[in-house]
Design a protein around this ligand. Structure first.
Ligand SMILES: C[S@@+](CC[C@H](N)C(=O)[O-])C[C@H]1O[C@@H](n2cnc3c(N)ncnc32)[C@H](O)[C@@H]1O
Length: 221
């Protein structure tokens, strides 16, 4: 069903998942609150990023993409949203940073990279197995995959204050996906399913670290 739906929502034909108004609000928030911690963590796992190719997959307004570029990496900003792209381009230009900007659907990125960085976007992929395979095969031999996801615990906390009808709908959508792999819409990520998809895709050195509903996943090809 998601595949059929996605055929109508093509970023290259102008579909944008994020309104211009929301893009500004989210950008203000993350540029104010996100420090370099995630990029520090990536660098601690990979090593020096200078001169390395980094794909920031679903990079949003670009707060991490710009940080990678500040450290001398050759950065590809990739996202489905032109509204975020406009913000990231303007901020990069303000700092004199050069990035490659590409618009497309999450599952359809191309190229090979030393580092693939994907923060809070895995749930928009159509199929965990195919997406995991694409990620692992797009890494250079000594490459690193770094993913950050909100998991089921995050969801259970987040829906607590919502009306019962909405709560049961969202939790039902998540449980269906977690138990069967069937995705209706974009359910919250299930850590076990993602780890299995990456392992099946041939990932090595798979590491998971969960904290307060967020899981960091890193892997090597
Ligand atoms: C929560 S934001 C995360 C942005 C950034 N990686 C971060 O950590 O701040 C999710 C990203 O996925 C993108 N996206 C892709 N497909 C989407 C969809 N179907 N609905 C909403 N957002 C989608 C959005 O444009 C957005 O940049």
């Amino acid at each position: 069903m998601n595949r059929l739906w996605d055929r109508r929502r093509r970023p290259e034909r102008g579909w944008d998942p994020v309104s211009a108004e929301y893009a500004v609000i989210y950008a203000d928030e993350v540029y104010r609150t996100t420090g370099p911690a995630l990029v520090d963590q990536t660098e601690a796992l990979y090593g020096d990023l200078a001169g390395r190719t980094v794909l920031d997959l679903e990079a949003g307004p670009g707060q991490s993409a710009l940080e990678f570029a500040r450290r001398g990496a050759k950065v590809t900003w990739f996202d489905a949203s032109r509204n975020y792209r406009a913000i990231a381009e303007r901020r990069a230009a303000d700092e004199g940073l050069e990035l490659d900007f590409q618009i497309g659907h999450l599952d359809e990125f191309e190229g090979r990279y030393d580092v693939i960085f994907c923060s809070l976007a895995w749930y928009y992929c159509r199929d965990d197995t195919a997406f995991a395979r694409r990620l692992i095969t797009a890494l250079e031999p000594d490459g690193l995959l770094y993913c950050r996801i909100n998991n089921g615990d995050y969801l259970r906390d987040a829906v607590r204050s919502q009306p019962a009808s909405r709560r049961y709908l969202v939790l039902g959508q998540f449980e269906l996906y977690a138990r069967t792999g069937i995705k209706l819409g974009h359910p919250q990520c299930d850590t076990g399913r993602i780890a299995k998809a990456l392992a099946d895709a041939g990932a090595n050195d798979l590491r998971l670290h969960s904290e307060r509903g967020t899981t960091l996943i890193s892997a090597r090809p």
